[in-house]
Design a protein around this ligand. Sequence first.
Ligand code: SF4
Length: 374
Amino acid sequence: MAGIYIHIPFCKQACHYCDFHFSTQTDLKSKMVEMICKELIIQKDYLGKDCIIKTVYFGGGTPSLLTKEEIAAILQTISLHYKLDLEELTIEANPDDLSPAKLQELKALKFDRLSIGIQSFHDEILKFYNRSHNAEESLKVIENARNAGFEKLSIDLMYGFPQADHSLWKTDLQIATSLEPGHISSYCLTIEPGTALGSWTQKGKFLPASEDFSADQFEIMQDHLERAGYIQYEISNFGKPNAFAVHNTNYWKGIPYLGIGPSAHSFDGKTRQHNIANNAKYIKSLEMGELNFEKDLLSREDIINEYILTSLRTIWGTDLQKLEDQFDTSLLELKKSVINEFQEDRLLALKNQYLVLTKEGKLLADYIAGKLFL
Ligand code: SF4
């Protein structure tokens, strides 16, 4: 079993923090859709001839910018060339794109899950981020989506916006949980080079929040969402029981996936590859019937370390038996003193055959994983 990710590399405007691959020039949109369909056909055996596709995820960029016909063309290509037994069909969307008519179209296309980029319910923050929607649209979108028949709703929030106190973040969390989406993804604002925020920070025009401030907001979020009945099943992802994202969970469990579109990544269980992150070059290659990607052959250590990094971030933790069975590696023996130290500091726990982060350990997930790497 496996998943397919479709990257739609267009946005209405550039959010000031974003370093994903996208373009605000949408004149290539229909050509891009044609080439995405072409890549889907060329790559139809990447995951193996008999592979069953369980999840399809439209991400970006902003997939909700595509017309109904453009999305239908991609979905039709997938259904013609892949074996499907879909458990989840997700599309990312921004609130300003989700008019009642658009929501009806997405429903008619058989999407059963919406991932909505809300980020905040405050206009001052949305404006600062240069988001294309406003707070009123953030507030209305969940109701509109429910009216259109969507039950599986996820919203994205963002914390770490520098403020004198945590009042705006607390209000964002309160509003989010009062709307009762089944799933919430929440990421810390990070300052990436090449973004507007990166440049303002470098020039001293923007002072990011301190690590302590963001860590406090992370803990406020953990407490609030836990009280509201959400399970932190991955460091940045919270779901009500039975509302965890299947597509993303499969990534974290090391299940193969095919990424289509510029900058998309693929994983076949042994190697990773990533498509060129340039719309014009991506289109040009495919017009000639060629794929333009780079491939990383992963060493045994790479695969183990990646598994530790991703699995430790999840509620299920790192399966030590799996490491022994598949890689003949006993992490308990190799990293005995490190594991003992983290256990004494109550950052890590051993539950049967699984190494699991404690609530406090989740704040230091990447640091702890790094110490466990081979
Ligand atoms: S809409 Fe999403 S992908 Fe596009 S610029 Fe904003 S954060 Fe980035």
